[in-house]
Design a binder for this molecule. Structure first.
Ligand SMILES: *Cc1c(COP(=O)(O)O)cnc(C)c1O
Length: 366
Protein backbone atom coordinates (compact mmCIF):
# COMPACT_ATOMS: atom_id res chain seq x y z
CA UNK A 1 0.00 0.00 0.00
CA UNK A 2 1.20 3.48 -0.74
CA UNK A 3 2.01 5.97 2.00
CA UNK A 4 -1.17 7.78 3.03
CA UNK A 5 0.32 11.26 3.24
CA UNK A 6 2.20 13.86 1.25
CA UNK A 7 5.83 12.80 1.21
CA UNK A 8 9.12 13.25 -0.57
CA UNK A 9 11.14 10.22 -1.51
CA UNK A 10 14.80 11.18 -1.30
CA UNK A 11 16.62 8.63 -3.39
CA UNK A 12 20.19 8.42 -2.12
CA UNK A 13 21.13 5.79 -4.69
CA UNK A 14 20.27 8.30 -7.41
CA UNK A 15 22.43 10.89 -5.66
CA UNK A 16 25.32 8.44 -5.85
CA UNK A 17 24.59 7.77 -9.53
CA UNK A 18 24.64 11.51 -10.31
CA UNK A 19 27.87 12.02 -8.38
CA UNK A 20 29.52 9.19 -10.29
CA UNK A 21 28.29 10.60 -13.60
CA UNK A 22 29.74 14.03 -12.78
CA UNK A 23 33.00 12.44 -11.65
CA UNK A 24 33.34 10.76 -15.05
CA UNK A 25 33.23 14.21 -16.68
CA UNK A 26 36.33 15.39 -14.83
CA UNK A 27 39.84 14.11 -14.24
CA UNK A 28 40.49 11.87 -11.26
CA UNK A 29 42.75 14.55 -9.85
CA UNK A 30 40.07 17.23 -9.85
CA UNK A 31 38.31 17.63 -6.54
CA UNK A 32 34.55 17.85 -6.31
CA UNK A 33 32.62 20.26 -4.12
CA UNK A 34 28.97 19.37 -3.55
CA UNK A 35 26.54 22.20 -2.98
CA UNK A 36 23.98 21.39 -0.26
CA UNK A 37 22.63 24.90 0.28
CA UNK A 38 18.92 25.68 0.58
CA UNK A 39 18.09 22.49 2.49
CA UNK A 40 20.03 20.37 -0.01
CA UNK A 41 18.14 21.92 -2.94
CA UNK A 42 14.94 21.10 -1.05
CA UNK A 43 15.72 17.43 -0.46
CA UNK A 44 17.23 17.39 3.06
CA UNK A 45 20.81 18.40 3.75
CA UNK A 46 22.05 16.04 6.48
CA UNK A 47 21.24 12.70 4.86
CA UNK A 48 22.52 14.08 1.57
CA UNK A 49 25.77 15.29 3.15
CA UNK A 50 26.28 11.95 4.92
CA UNK A 51 25.82 10.06 1.68
CA UNK A 52 28.26 12.41 -0.06
CA UNK A 53 30.84 11.93 2.71
CA UNK A 54 30.41 8.17 2.39
CA UNK A 55 31.34 8.68 -1.27
CA UNK A 56 34.42 10.66 -0.28
CA UNK A 57 33.60 13.97 -1.85
CA UNK A 58 36.21 16.65 -1.16
CA UNK A 59 34.09 19.59 -0.15
CA UNK A 60 30.59 20.73 0.68
CA UNK A 61 29.15 24.22 0.23
CA UNK A 62 26.26 26.11 1.75
CA UNK A 63 25.04 29.65 1.12
CA UNK A 64 24.79 30.88 4.71
CA UNK A 65 26.71 30.07 7.85
CA UNK A 66 23.71 28.71 9.79
CA UNK A 67 23.37 26.00 7.14
CA UNK A 68 26.99 25.03 7.76
CA UNK A 69 26.53 25.07 11.54
CA UNK A 70 23.58 22.65 11.16
CA UNK A 71 25.76 20.25 9.21
CA UNK A 72 28.56 20.42 11.80
CA UNK A 73 26.05 19.75 14.59
CA UNK A 74 24.95 16.66 12.68
CA UNK A 75 28.48 15.34 12.61
CA UNK A 76 29.57 16.39 9.13
CA UNK A 77 33.35 16.86 9.13
CA UNK A 78 34.16 17.67 5.47
CA UNK A 79 35.49 21.12 4.59
CA UNK A 80 32.49 23.40 4.10
CA UNK A 81 32.60 26.54 1.98
CA UNK A 82 30.12 29.27 2.98
CA UNK A 83 29.24 31.01 -0.29
CA UNK A 84 27.63 34.17 1.03
CA UNK A 85 28.81 35.01 4.55
CA UNK A 86 27.80 38.20 6.30
CA UNK A 87 30.12 40.06 8.63
CA UNK A 88 28.07 39.02 11.67
CA UNK A 89 28.70 35.37 10.83
CA UNK A 90 32.45 35.13 11.33
CA UNK A 91 32.36 34.01 14.97
CA UNK A 92 30.12 31.09 14.01
CA UNK A 93 32.17 30.37 10.91
CA UNK A 94 35.39 30.13 12.89
CA UNK A 95 33.87 28.26 15.81
CA UNK A 96 32.54 25.58 13.45
CA UNK A 97 35.56 25.51 11.15
CA UNK A 98 33.69 26.67 8.06
CA UNK A 99 35.57 28.28 5.18
CA UNK A 100 34.21 31.67 4.11
CA UNK A 101 33.99 33.08 0.63
CA UNK A 102 35.64 36.51 0.90
CA UNK A 103 34.19 38.73 -1.80
CA UNK A 104 34.73 42.36 -0.78
CA UNK A 105 37.03 44.55 1.32
CA UNK A 106 34.29 45.11 3.87
CA UNK A 107 33.99 41.36 4.40
CA UNK A 108 37.77 40.87 4.27
CA UNK A 109 38.30 43.47 7.01
CA UNK A 110 35.69 41.86 9.25
CA UNK A 111 37.22 38.42 8.65
CA UNK A 112 40.73 39.66 9.50
CA UNK A 113 39.42 41.22 12.71
CA UNK A 114 37.37 38.23 13.85
CA UNK A 115 40.05 35.66 13.09
CA UNK A 116 42.84 37.46 14.93
CA UNK A 117 43.42 34.52 17.29
CA UNK A 118 43.71 32.07 14.42
CA UNK A 119 46.68 30.96 12.40
CA UNK A 120 46.38 30.81 8.59
CA UNK A 121 42.58 30.44 8.72
CA UNK A 122 41.63 29.23 5.22
CA UNK A 123 39.31 31.16 2.93
CA UNK A 124 38.23 31.25 -0.70
CA UNK A 125 38.80 34.52 -2.51
CA UNK A 126 36.06 35.29 -5.03
CA UNK A 127 36.38 37.35 -8.18
CA UNK A 128 33.55 38.80 -10.21
CA UNK A 129 34.16 37.95 -13.86
CA UNK A 130 30.87 39.12 -15.36
CA UNK A 131 27.98 37.73 -13.36
CA UNK A 132 28.08 40.97 -11.38
CA UNK A 133 27.01 39.26 -8.25
CA UNK A 134 29.64 38.71 -5.50
CA UNK A 135 33.37 39.18 -5.92
CA UNK A 136 36.43 41.38 -6.15
CA UNK A 137 37.62 42.88 -9.42
CA UNK A 138 40.91 42.57 -11.28
CA UNK A 139 41.88 46.07 -10.11
CA UNK A 140 41.58 45.05 -6.45
CA UNK A 141 44.44 42.54 -6.62
CA UNK A 142 47.22 44.83 -5.35
CA UNK A 143 45.20 45.99 -2.39
CA UNK A 144 44.14 42.40 -1.62
CA UNK A 145 47.83 41.46 -1.65
CA UNK A 146 48.75 44.24 0.78
CA UNK A 147 46.00 43.29 3.21
CA UNK A 148 46.30 39.53 3.03
CA UNK A 149 50.08 39.46 3.38
CA UNK A 150 49.95 41.77 6.42
CA UNK A 151 48.12 39.17 8.48
CA UNK A 152 49.33 35.68 9.29
CA UNK A 153 45.96 34.77 10.79
CA UNK A 154 44.35 34.24 7.36
CA UNK A 155 45.36 32.35 4.24
CA UNK A 156 43.94 32.08 0.72
CA UNK A 157 43.13 28.43 0.08
CA UNK A 158 41.46 28.83 -3.30
CA UNK A 159 40.59 31.61 -5.69
CA UNK A 160 37.34 31.21 -7.56
CA UNK A 161 34.65 32.75 -9.72
CA UNK A 162 31.17 31.82 -10.93
CA UNK A 163 29.84 31.50 -14.48
CA UNK A 164 26.62 33.30 -15.36
CA UNK A 165 25.42 31.37 -18.39
CA UNK A 166 27.25 28.04 -18.53
CA UNK A 167 24.05 26.22 -19.50
CA UNK A 168 23.38 28.48 -22.48
CA UNK A 169 25.57 27.75 -25.49
CA UNK A 170 24.18 30.82 -27.26
CA UNK A 171 26.14 32.75 -24.65
CA UNK A 172 29.39 30.91 -25.29
CA UNK A 173 31.18 34.16 -26.11
CA UNK A 174 30.14 35.65 -22.78
CA UNK A 175 31.32 32.53 -20.92
CA UNK A 176 34.61 32.47 -22.84
CA UNK A 177 35.15 36.08 -21.77
CA UNK A 178 34.48 35.16 -18.15
CA UNK A 179 37.00 32.32 -18.37
CA UNK A 180 39.58 34.57 -20.03
CA UNK A 181 39.21 37.19 -17.32
CA UNK A 182 39.52 34.50 -14.65
CA UNK A 183 42.76 33.36 -16.29
CA UNK A 184 44.09 36.92 -16.29
CA UNK A 185 43.15 37.36 -12.65
CA UNK A 186 44.81 34.06 -11.74
CA UNK A 187 48.01 34.96 -13.48
CA UNK A 188 48.12 38.43 -11.96
CA UNK A 189 47.47 36.91 -8.52
CA UNK A 190 50.42 34.53 -8.89
CA UNK A 191 52.68 37.31 -10.17
CA UNK A 192 51.84 39.66 -7.32
CA UNK A 193 51.80 37.02 -4.58
CA UNK A 194 54.76 35.16 -6.11
CA UNK A 195 52.91 31.89 -5.61
CA UNK A 196 50.37 29.71 -7.39
CA UNK A 197 46.80 29.45 -6.16
CA UNK A 198 44.43 26.56 -6.42
CA UNK A 199 41.28 27.45 -8.34
CA UNK A 200 37.65 26.51 -8.93
CA UNK A 201 35.17 27.89 -11.44
CA UNK A 202 32.65 25.41 -12.85
CA UNK A 203 29.09 24.71 -11.66
CA UNK A 204 27.05 21.77 -12.99
CA UNK A 205 26.52 23.15 -16.49
CA UNK A 206 30.13 24.32 -16.48
CA UNK A 207 31.22 20.72 -15.84
CA UNK A 208 28.99 19.54 -18.69
CA UNK A 209 29.88 22.23 -21.23
CA UNK A 210 33.29 23.65 -20.26
CA UNK A 211 35.07 20.75 -18.55
CA UNK A 212 38.43 21.94 -19.91
CA UNK A 213 38.37 24.64 -17.23
CA UNK A 214 37.89 22.33 -14.28
CA UNK A 215 41.14 23.56 -12.62
CA UNK A 216 41.64 22.03 -9.15
CA UNK A 217 38.01 21.63 -8.14
CA UNK A 218 34.47 21.85 -9.57
CA UNK A 219 31.25 22.77 -7.78
CA UNK A 220 28.03 20.89 -8.45
CA UNK A 221 24.55 21.46 -7.11
CA UNK A 222 21.66 20.79 -9.47
CA UNK A 223 23.42 17.89 -11.23
CA UNK A 224 23.75 15.99 -7.96
CA UNK A 225 20.02 16.30 -7.49
CA UNK A 226 19.39 14.95 -10.96
CA UNK A 227 18.99 17.82 -13.41
CA UNK A 228 21.32 18.96 -16.17
CA UNK A 229 19.66 22.22 -17.27
CA UNK A 230 19.16 20.64 -20.68
CA UNK A 231 16.97 17.74 -21.76
CA UNK A 232 19.94 16.20 -23.55
CA UNK A 233 21.79 16.00 -20.26
CA UNK A 234 18.79 15.21 -18.06
CA UNK A 235 18.72 11.67 -19.39
CA UNK A 236 22.09 10.91 -17.82
CA UNK A 237 20.93 12.04 -14.40
CA UNK A 238 18.44 10.49 -12.02
CA UNK A 239 16.25 12.83 -9.97
CA UNK A 240 16.81 12.48 -6.24
CA UNK A 241 13.43 13.88 -5.24
CA UNK A 242 10.02 12.38 -5.97
CA UNK A 243 6.98 14.12 -4.52
CA UNK A 244 3.82 12.15 -3.88
CA UNK A 245 0.56 12.74 -2.11
CA UNK A 246 -2.84 11.17 -1.67
CA UNK A 247 -6.49 11.91 -2.44
CA UNK A 248 -7.94 13.09 0.90
CA UNK A 249 -11.55 13.44 -0.18
CA UNK A 250 -13.66 13.36 -3.35
CA UNK A 251 -16.69 15.58 -3.93
CA UNK A 252 -19.34 15.23 -6.59
CA UNK A 253 -20.38 18.71 -7.66
CA UNK A 254 -23.16 19.97 -9.92
CA UNK A 255 -22.93 22.18 -12.97
CA UNK A 256 -22.65 25.78 -11.70
CA UNK A 257 -21.08 24.85 -8.34
CA UNK A 258 -17.82 26.57 -7.48
CA UNK A 259 -14.60 25.19 -6.00
CA UNK A 260 -12.21 26.87 -3.61
CA UNK A 261 -11.46 30.39 -2.46
CA UNK A 262 -12.92 33.26 -4.46
CA UNK A 263 -14.89 30.65 -6.40
CA UNK A 264 -11.81 30.19 -8.61
CA UNK A 265 -13.48 27.36 -10.54
CA UNK A 266 -17.11 27.14 -11.66
CA UNK A 267 -18.18 23.73 -12.98
CA UNK A 268 -19.51 23.80 -16.53
CA UNK A 269 -20.95 20.31 -16.04
CA UNK A 270 -21.46 17.82 -13.22
CA UNK A 271 -17.96 16.95 -12.02
CA UNK A 272 -15.84 15.13 -9.48
CA UNK A 273 -13.19 16.99 -7.51
CA UNK A 274 -10.32 15.48 -5.50
CA UNK A 275 -8.77 17.27 -2.52
CA UNK A 276 -4.98 16.88 -2.22
CA UNK A 277 -3.10 17.72 1.01
CA UNK A 278 -0.40 19.97 -0.45
CA UNK A 279 -0.57 23.73 -1.00
CA UNK A 280 1.39 26.85 -1.69
CA UNK A 281 2.95 26.66 1.78
CA UNK A 282 4.52 23.38 0.67
CA UNK A 283 5.99 24.75 -2.52
CA UNK A 284 3.19 24.25 -5.04
CA UNK A 285 2.93 27.85 -6.10
CA UNK A 286 -0.44 29.55 -6.41
CA UNK A 287 0.55 30.27 -10.00
CA UNK A 288 -0.04 26.57 -10.78
CA UNK A 289 -3.74 27.01 -10.04
CA UNK A 290 -6.62 27.11 -12.48
CA UNK A 291 -5.37 24.38 -14.75
CA UNK A 292 -1.75 25.47 -15.16
CA UNK A 293 -0.42 22.23 -13.70
CA UNK A 294 -1.69 18.71 -13.35
CA UNK A 295 -0.71 15.65 -11.34
CA UNK A 296 -1.01 11.93 -11.99
CA UNK A 297 -3.65 9.76 -10.36
CA UNK A 298 -3.92 6.14 -11.51
CA UNK A 299 -1.90 6.95 -14.64
CA UNK A 300 -4.18 9.80 -15.66
CA UNK A 301 -3.73 13.54 -15.61
CA UNK A 302 -5.71 15.47 -13.03
CA UNK A 303 -5.69 19.24 -13.58
CA UNK A 304 -5.67 21.66 -10.67
CA UNK A 305 -9.03 23.43 -10.45
CA UNK A 306 -9.50 26.82 -8.81
CA UNK A 307 -6.90 28.53 -6.65
CA UNK A 308 -4.18 26.63 -4.83
CA UNK A 309 -4.79 27.05 -1.07
CA UNK A 310 -2.10 27.26 1.61
CA UNK A 311 -2.35 23.63 2.71
CA UNK A 312 -4.28 21.90 -0.03
CA UNK A 313 -5.45 22.09 -3.59
CA UNK A 314 -8.22 20.61 -5.67
CA UNK A 315 -7.99 18.60 -8.89
CA UNK A 316 -10.55 17.56 -11.47
CA UNK A 317 -11.02 13.80 -11.34
CA UNK A 318 -14.28 13.70 -13.31
CA UNK A 319 -12.85 11.28 -15.87
CA UNK A 320 -10.52 9.42 -13.53
CA UNK A 321 -11.40 6.16 -11.92
CA UNK A 322 -10.08 6.86 -8.41
CA UNK A 323 -10.98 6.64 -4.74
CA UNK A 324 -10.14 8.51 -1.58
CA UNK A 325 -6.74 7.28 -0.38
CA UNK A 326 -5.30 6.78 -3.88
CA UNK A 327 -1.77 7.93 -4.63
CA UNK A 328 -1.11 11.26 -6.38
CA UNK A 329 2.18 11.72 -8.20
CA UNK A 330 3.29 15.34 -8.29
CA UNK A 331 6.95 15.01 -9.25
CA UNK A 332 8.64 11.87 -10.48
CA UNK A 333 11.03 11.08 -13.28
CA UNK A 334 8.62 8.80 -15.18
CA UNK A 335 5.68 11.18 -15.32
CA UNK A 336 6.54 14.77 -14.57
CA UNK A 337 9.99 15.75 -13.35
CA UNK A 338 10.74 19.02 -11.56
CA UNK A 339 11.94 20.64 -14.79
CA UNK A 340 8.74 19.75 -16.66
CA UNK A 341 6.61 21.03 -13.79
CA UNK A 342 8.72 24.20 -13.66
CA UNK A 343 8.00 24.98 -17.32
CA UNK A 344 4.28 25.11 -16.59
CA UNK A 345 4.61 28.35 -14.69
CA UNK A 346 7.75 29.67 -16.33
CA UNK A 347 10.25 28.81 -13.63
CA UNK A 348 13.21 26.41 -13.35
CA UNK A 349 13.83 23.09 -11.57
CA UNK A 350 15.95 24.89 -8.94
CA UNK A 351 12.96 26.93 -7.75
CA UNK A 352 10.55 23.99 -7.69
CA UNK A 353 12.96 21.87 -5.65
CA UNK A 354 14.08 24.53 -3.19
CA UNK A 355 10.48 25.62 -2.54
CA UNK A 356 9.47 22.24 -1.11
CA UNK A 357 8.73 22.97 2.51
CA UNK A 358 10.35 21.37 5.51
CA UNK A 359 7.02 20.18 6.81
CA UNK A 360 6.71 17.58 4.07
CA UNK A 361 7.83 14.22 5.40
CA UNK A 362 11.05 12.90 3.84
CA UNK A 363 11.50 9.19 3.25
CA UNK A 364 14.97 7.96 2.34
CA UNK A 365 15.65 5.36 -0.28
CA UNK A 366 19.06 3.93 0.50
C1 LIG B 1 24.62 27.49 -6.10
C2 LIG B 1 26.00 27.63 -6.61
C3 LIG B 1 26.62 26.58 -7.31
C4 LIG B 1 25.88 25.36 -7.78
O1 LIG B 1 25.33 25.61 -9.05
P1 LIG B 1 24.56 24.47 -9.87
O2 LIG B 1 24.12 25.15 -11.10
O3 LIG B 1 23.41 24.06 -9.01
O4 LIG B 1 25.52 23.37 -10.09
C5 LIG B 1 27.96 26.72 -7.64
N1 LIG B 1 28.65 27.84 -7.31
C6 LIG B 1 28.07 28.87 -6.67
C7 LIG B 1 28.88 30.08 -6.37
C8 LIG B 1 26.74 28.81 -6.31
O5 LIG B 1 26.15 29.85 -5.70
Amino acid sequence: MSIQNTHIEVNLKNLEHNLNFLRKKISEKTKILCVVKAFGYGSEPVEIAKKLEENKVDYLAVAYSNEGVELRKSGITSPILVLHPQIDDFDDIIKHKLEPNIYSFRVLDAFIERSKNEKEYPFHLKFNTGLNRLGFSFKDIEKIHTKVTSYSNIKIKYIFSHLGASEDLNEKKFTDNQIELFEEISSKMSTIFKSEFKKHLLNTSGILNYSKFQYDMVRSGIGLYGYGNDQNYDKFFKPVVNLKSVVSQIHKIKKGDSVGYNRGFIATKDSKVGIIPIGHADGISRSFGNGKASFIINNQEAKIVGNVCMDMLMVDVSKINCSEGDEVIIIDSNNQNADQLARKNGTISYEILTSLSNRIKRIYIK
